[in-house]
Design a protein around this ligand. Structure first.
Ligand SMILES: Cc1ncc(C[n+]2csc(CCOP(=O)(O)OP(=O)(O)O)c2C)c(N)n1
Length: 327
């Protein structure tokens, strides 16, 4: 059933964005396994409804911070698909000049402040960004994506506390995909869960079905509305599941087949298809998205690598005093 207050066009747009993330992730995992993309790929397949639902209520001026599993966050916030693919391939024209790769993708032009390989590393960045925005008199808000593993790290506590003390407009979005890398989170996390920890810091929030983009969008709309009205930080706990292993080469033998089977039945793309109620239109979107990803992958495959002479340009710390002195 489509949500009564959302137009069909908007619902189709949400579906298209989710499908784009799914095909992008699957394509990049395959390209990594084929030796085309260096480094590792942390796929967010299965979690698409979270960034798409949240970013649907953000403006271009609003900012987001991300994680090691960040492609979907960037694409949902409006990062350019072709430049994202070029970045993962390490080529000229990539969002970070081809030098950042999967775990450092950033696109400040759309408010995407960067993926981050440090678990919970995006939390203080989001809080600092919100404080900076306030100092500059901006009305923009910040959405901060992180995994359920991040709630066991110190920056989670420090970030939520700071945001609450200063009443900063940060939406803390916990993408609870059940696992922290290869470990079931129930074995590492004490207490009743992420939302209770946020509430202990005075940060109000909601728990939502993270596979239902309409539900995520509605919850984010409520919470961001309260933030824009001056309510301070809010927390959104999204229950979801990642379909892939932790990284592209992880066969995920640590999880139960019946858990995966149950999760696949609640695939966010299937859920949204059901809500759309128009399989032919959804099929047409699927075909368009697949053609578009094939197009940008072809461009990335043919693009040049950054020139050797520019290897140290735009790089903050080159790690070698000798090279630094010669610059
Ligand atoms: C500070 C820190 N400790 C450990 C790691 C290694 N590590 C990478 S991902 C990960 C698990 C993160 O779990 P979660 O936050 O739930 O995100 P998910 O991978 O499930 O999306 C760990 C422990 C790291 N990158 N940073």
């Amino acid at each position: 059933m489509p949500a009564a207050d959302l137009s069909a066009d908007h619902l189709f747009d949400l579906y298209r964005r989710m499908k784009t993330i799914r095909v992008f992730e699957d394509t990049c995992v395959a390209a990594h396994k084929a030796g085309e993309i260096p480094g590792y790929i942390h796929s967010s397949a299965g979690q698409e409804a979270v960034p798409v639902g949240v970013c649907a209520v953000l403006t271009r001026e609003d900012r987001i911070t991300s994680t090691h599993r960040g492609h979907g966050h960037g694409l949902a916030k409006g990062a350019d698909l072709e430049r994202m693919m070029l970045e993962l391939y390490g080529r000229v024209g990539g969002l970070c000049g081809g030098k950042g790769g999967s775990m450092h993708v950033a696109d400040f032009s759309v408010g995407m402040l960067g993926a981050n390989g440090i678990v919970a590393g995006g939390i203080p960045i989001a809080v600092g960004a919100a404080q900076g925005l306030r100092l500059f008199g901006s009305q923009a808000v910040v959405a901060c994506f992180f995994g359920d593993g991040a709630v066991n790290r110190g920056p989670f506590m420090e970030g939520l506390n700071w945001a609450a003390v200063y009443g900063l407009p940060v939406l803390f979005v916990c993408e609870d995909n059940t696992f922290s890398a290869f470990t079931h989170s129930s074995t590492t996390t004490a207490g009743p869960g992420p939302l209770a920890r946020a509430q202990a810091c005075g940060v109000a929030g909601e728990r939502v079905d993270g596979n239902d983009v309409i539900a995520v969008r509605a919850a984010a709309e409520r919470l961001v509305g309260e933030m824009r009205a001056g309510g301070g930080p809010r927390f959104l706990w999204c229950r979801t599941y990642r379909f892939s292993g932790h990284v592209s080469i992880d066969p995920a033998t640590y999880r139960k087949q019946e858990d995966l089977d149950a999760a696949l039945k609640r695939d966010p793309l299937l859920v949204t298809r059901g809500q759309l109620g128009d399989a032919a239109a959804a099929d047409a979107i699927d075909a368009e998205v697949e053609a578009e990803i094939a197009r940008v992958q072809d461009i990335a495959r043919k693009a040049p690598y950054p020139p050797r002479a520019e290897a140290f340009d735009d790089v903050q710390d080159i790690g070698s005093p000798a090279v630094e002195a010669a610059r």
